[in-house]
Design a protein around this ligand. Sequence first.
Ligand SMILES: Nc1ncnc2c1ncn2[C@@H]1O[C@H](COP(=O)(O)OP(=O)(O)OP(=O)(O)O)[C@@H](O)[C@H]1O
Length: 752
Amino acid sequence: MDDQERQKEAIKLEETLEEIKKQLVISEDNCVVKQSELKETLLNYWEKCGSDEAQLVETANRQRALSSLTHSTPLKLKKMLNSPYFGRIDFIEEDTGMELQEEKVYIGLSTLMDEETGEFLIYDWRAPISSMFYDYGLGQAAYHCSEGNINGKIILKRQYKIANGCMQYMFNADLKIDDEVLQEILGKSVDDKMHTIVNSIQREQNQIIRDANHRALFVEGPAGSGKTSVALHRIAFLLYRDRKSINEKNVLILSPNHLFSDYISNVLPEMGEENVLQKTFHDCVFEAINQLPIKLETRTFHLETVLSNGSDHQQTLRAENIRFKSSRNFENILREYLEWVQTNLVDEYPDIEFRGQVIFKKEEWKHYFLGNLSEMPVKIRLEKIRAVIEGRMRPLFHAVRKEKEAEIVNRAEEVDENTIKALARIAAREEFASFYEKIDRLTKLSPLAEYRRLFKGGWLLARSSNKTDFPKAWQSIQRQTLSYLNNGVLPYEDTPGFIYFQGVLQGFPINRDIKHLIIDEAQDYTRMQYQILVTLFPNSTWTVVGDPAQAVHPFLNTASFTDMSEIIGNEKSIAFRLTRSYRSTKEIQAFCQAILSDKTKVEAINRSGSLPAVTKIENLHEYTPVLIQTIKNILKEGWHSIGIICKNTYQAKKVFWELKEYIDLNLVIDEEDSFHQGIVVIPSYLAKGLEFDAVLVVNADTINFSSEEERHILYTMCTRTLHRLSLFYCGKPSLFLREMDEKLYEITPVCK
Ligand SMILES: Nc1ncnc2c1ncn2[C@@H]1O[C@H](COP(=O)(O)OP(=O)(O)OP(=O)(O)O)[C@@H](O)[C@H]1O
């Protein structure tokens, strides 16, 4: 790039910043005006309250919305003052019928227009024309917009780094967004929150972000391939593209836990999209069953139990219980049982009699239950039947009341008419009490009681048409489940089944406002969970991202991508596979890949660092000084975010209390925690999705990591790091280290 070109760019930047400043002044003035208008409206509201209140409230709401909209403009412009654009393409459109002329397309986080001429000074990265920046190098290029496909040629492609309004560097990028940029971005120390990647989105990622043709996208990719980033950028894209039909309230991100939600919470606001809803599956469940007479076992508590290396009979049975409850077989049994409840619940219901007179016949239960009402959830059917019975009882109640009145009058105990009526009503109620108790018992559905029945005795197995769905240990599983339920706890593995069961019997709290659902860490959900989500959000389109290699639950039968597309998908779904991993250095990437038995090749960014270090600790007393020294060395190298990842909370607590005296660090064991910067000790299942400059894996021995499921846990732990990885073990190293090519790591002597 010659000096003249640099000069031109300097002028462009200066002019752009001037325009932004000008627009900022106007928009801030506008804000002041809107603010004072709002104040005045509110003042009027208080003064006139009572007269045309409704209209004033509406006006105030409208103005508040307008005012927040006008407030977003200065915010956006302030961000632009820092870094107005990051890319440029010069594009010549073909076949316009006019003289060929190149358009200089500057690309940034938001659009900037010359307010007088209407000319685009900067295009939003999500604008159709900007897609070419991510998809093409120099030469033939095309993009799709409302007018159709636009073809042409890119004759210049340039990247900029502008910070605090100053040009840091710029260069022409001839082929694609270069590895050098990625190296620059990824070579840095990470901070406590995830950031946007708008200036370096890769082509394979861009395809997913901008897909406009499918209702469900399934994205599979190895650790660090940008699945979360892509999902979040896709939200920003959809909110931009469909801004007339959806807003942030119509999008829901389903995260594995609140810690992760906090970790990703900056990305969308950085792109100007605030307030997108984030929930966990557990949150959705709580909304679905807000008055449950039973405590749910939390995910953290559950994972802690199953990752605690125990092997007594109850734990072995629990493992089998979990495998079964998340299997298709249990799904079949549950459906068969539901079918039974929906058709046979009232089979044994008796005649309803009062004073020897049959009010509601035994056959009528069935007649109503399976007749006109049969399309309704069971709970509603029973409520309707109750209403019929009550309707028939009303004249009887009236007659009994009259009878009681007559008795009181005959006894001549009371003279006051009102007192007589009141006493008669009380007497009638008393006579009806046991009758209504019985009606309550028969018509008030308790899904929990019905669910519990599934685990009582052998009746279901005896009448089941598909006995092979029942596991050998069915009776033991029944006993274990009942013992939890009798203690007032709904086990984690029963939650999806029960929620589904309850939903079918009493109706799901359907949310039609959610138009797009993002599911991260999709490999951790069971088929039943997907079925619940599909039912809860019927109007939603889906972006589902995950990595089967990172399924950290050792026993849960989680849904495969085929299962997901069978449940969610329709003819308008598509699967993508990301093949490149961005997070870790080449050496760490190769080490992590070797942990997996699946040898699918994963491409790494050409970024080098030191080999992962494996250290044998001779005895447990050495652990603390060795960890302290390793941490000090890493800090000395300039890295400041260190994750000491343990398999479970029990181990994490132990490590934390050992180190706490010597080092400033945090223990993160609660899903509700926010993500801390610095040195953290954290269990494997909470570290999912997070990343650190350096990761220290404690207890990488054969006791903790030898089964196939533990292979995935170790892989997930090791893939959390960008720059440094150290593993420590005492006794025998993990099977996966022993199986690995020794060239992939260095054996580090104990350093004290
Ligand atoms: N195109 C890109 N440019 C720059 N950085 C990128 C790009 N894609 C991904 N990254 C970075 O790579 C890291 C991993 O991204 P992300 O967490 O989205 O991956 P993931 O596939 O969800 O990972 P995991 O499954 O391991 O949790 C992040 O630091 C992210 O910013």
